[in-house]
Write a protein that binds this ligand. Structure first.
Ligand code: SF4
Length: 407
């Protein structure tokens, strides 16, 4: 069988996980990188011909223990072998940043303030998601956020803790993008995010994305856009009413799927094509539903961020099977075909690689090598060159402002 291309390998690793050779385990440190309880694993970089791919590979879940893939330390580097097919792939492992072990001025460990998820900084704000706190839990069944004791403490992080951590991550890890999320906060979500957004924009000039529960009063988004939000994402997770109600009981009772669609469509119309994303999980509902979700997202000019379902240890869905590679490949091929057909720009902002999803730019490896995909890549390249000086100026101004800070 032919070697997989980097995106196919990423998908297969999401579906099958990875074992670590016991003799090499000493050289591998599991990344402390989680996001909204959706994933924890080993952060790998898969080299590719036109771009490398960042992937957070499942290693602790039971399905990963049956994986045909094993990671080995090799000559100062790493490789993974598919023992069933006698195939070998070189990989990189991102070492944990030094700033993780530094305290903020208030004494909070920076790794407790935010964590790297690929090449960007993810920060959870607010108290633990309220779906975990009702007498009768209404959490999303795939999620483990509420099991994480530290998450319950996270609301104590201050605006200054967050700015200091952003500064350290910019200086030492070269981040360009900070992503805030907060689970569900009973309608206070946008208000909670505001001081963090304003401080990070004003003091660091970094790009900022918000992933918050949708609100009914859409004009609230106008204020955030005026404050400089660069990106919104809306997690409606599943397309079918059945899957949405069954696996996201809290979201179904309090918000309804339509609230996510309205907010996604409104913000996308305000920010423009390629600035908003709809986040979904593939591998639980039939893939025809996932493809309908991709249509819904791309119809409004947004782009899909699709997680391959991971039956996390401790979650309500821990015993569900991990998805099939062939089906997931079909989903991501469909995603890139729709993005190409609708000319939605991807990968324009600098240095944003996301390890927990198959990014649209990763899926370019799946596109047919025809004139449409060539033109689409040229279109994205031209847009990137066009906006590069703008981003560079903004980031340089931000760097100068950060130099003035006392930390
Ligand atoms: S909204 Fe759902 S996925 Fe997000 S933190 Fe809450 S329970 Fe988890």
């Amino acid at each position: 069988m032919q070697h997989l291309n980097p995106c196919e390998l990423e998908i297969d690793l999401f579906c099958k996980g990875l074992r670590v050779d016991p003799d090499s385990a000493g050289s591998v440190k599991l990344a402390r990188r989680t996001r909204a309880g959706l994933g924890s694993g080993l952060e790998l970089r898969l080299p590719g011909s036109f771009k490398d791919i960042w992937v957070n590979v499942p290693v602790i879940e039971s399905f990963a223990k049956q994986s045909p893939y094993t990671l080995y330390a090799d000559n100062g580097g790493f490789l993974i072998k598919n023992t069933e097919l006698s195939q070998t792939y070189p990989v990189g492992i991102e070492s944990e940043p030094e700033w993780y072990s530094k305290p903020t001025l208030s004494g909070r460990l920076m790794s407790k303030v935010g964590s790297m998820q690929g090449t960007y900084l993810g920060i959870y704000i607010g108290p633990v998601c309220r779906y975990w706190k009702h007498d009768e839990r209404e959490n999303c069944h795939f999620c483990t956020t509420g099991l994480n004791e530290e998450q319950d403490e996270s609301w104590k992080k201050t605006v200054t803790d967050v700015v200091e951590t952003c500064v350290a991550a910019r200086k030492e890890s070269g981040i360009t993008f900070v992503h805030f999320n907060s689970g569900y906060q009973e309608g206070r979500d946008l208000r909670l995010a505001r001081p963090f957004l304003d401080a990070v924009k004003q003091k660091t000039g970094l790009l900022v994305g918000l992933q918050l529960a949708p609100v009914d009063d859409l004009t609230q988004y106008d204020g955030l856009i005026d404050s400089g939000v660069d990106h919104f994402s809306f997690c409606f997770e599943f397309m079918s009413d059945f899957a949405f109600s069954k696996f996201c009981p809290g979201k179904a009772r309090t918000l309804g799927q339509s609230a996510f669609f309205r907010a996604m469509e409104y913000t996308s119309s305000k920010l423009g094509k390629g600035r908003v994303s709809g986040e979904i999980i593939a591998g639980v509902e039939p893939i025809e539903e996932t493809m309908k979700a991709i249509d819904r997202i791309t119809d409004c000019g947004a782009f899909p961020t699709i997680c391959v379902f991971r039956p996390l240890e401790g979650s309500d869905m821990a015993v569900y099977p991990s998805p099939f590679y062939e089906e997931m490949r079909e989903v991501f091929k469909y995603m890139i075909d729709r993005l190409i057909a609708k000319r939605i720009p991807i990968g324009i902002a600098p240095n944003i690689e996301v390890s927990l999803v198959v990014q649209p730019t990763d899926a370019l490896y799946l596109a047919d090598p025809d004139i449409n995909s060539l033109l689409y890549r040229a279109y994205n390249k031209a847009l990137t060159s066009l906006v590069k000086p703008f981003f560079n100026r903004r980031l340089k101004r931000g760097d100068r402002r950060m130099e003035q800070l006392a930390y």
